[in-house]
Design a protein around this ligand. Sequence first.
Ligand code: HEM
Ligand code: HEM
Length: 183
Amino acid sequence: MVTRYHPITITLHWVMAIAFFLMLGSGLVMENLDIDPNLKFNLFQWHKSLGVLLLCTFFVRLAVRLFAEKPALPDALSQREQKLARWGHRALYFWMIALPITGWFIVSASVIGLPTIVFGQFVWPHIPNLAGNEQIEEIAETVHAALAYTFIGLIFIHITAVVKHMRKDKINLLPRIGIGKDK
Ligand code: HEM
Ligand code: HEM
């Protein structure tokens, strides 16, 4: 029986966590701050580039998560807490895939129709038959923003749960995700 997640899951958990923080930061800045138009354009390109890479990485993470053995949740957690943890993780996975997909919808339906050139290297295709569809663009923008703001709340709950278990219940979950040694 394993006591921690698969090394690929652990690596991706932390790399993707950093990347998602950067995505939230760049999205909030480019949409809500009055910045230089050049910087804004570059930030948009950067946001789209990292976003589509996260979309691809998600499938690697999901595959490893589904097929590799995972550590059982500690018995010290009540049945209710274990259920909450499982649903919380499922929700995080859902947000991790829904965010880049809605972003992809926005750029594909955009009236401006700028291509997505991933870090200036290759063109990421648009979803076919959506170009110039203002209605889809608007819906995708609304959903994308709603998902982004609720994602911040979810991540906050996720981190709070880890800290609560550590402080109050004296259960350290961090070794399971690669931080520190198992007891
Ligand atoms: C964007 C930010 C984050 C996302 C999307 C995220 C997502 C996830 C997901 C989905 C899991 C379940 C394991 C898996 O199947 O991959 C997990 C586990 C875990 N995460 Fe995060 N995480 C984030 C940030 C953090 C941070 C900042 C911490 C630090 C406190 C953290 C601590 C943990 C721990 C300790 C576990 C293991 C939980 C267990 O015992 O099963 N995560 N995370
Ligand atoms: C992967 C996770 C992603 C996160 C966490 C994220 C986050 C955000 C945030 C916080 C905003 C600002 C929302 C607002 O205040 O209106 C935003 C806007 C935007 N994002 Fe993302 N995003 C992600 C992926 C993507 C992808 C993959 C694309 C495109 C390929 C994309 C394209 C856009 C566009 C075009 C906007 C501006 C929308 C508008 O004009 O209202 N995003 N994103």
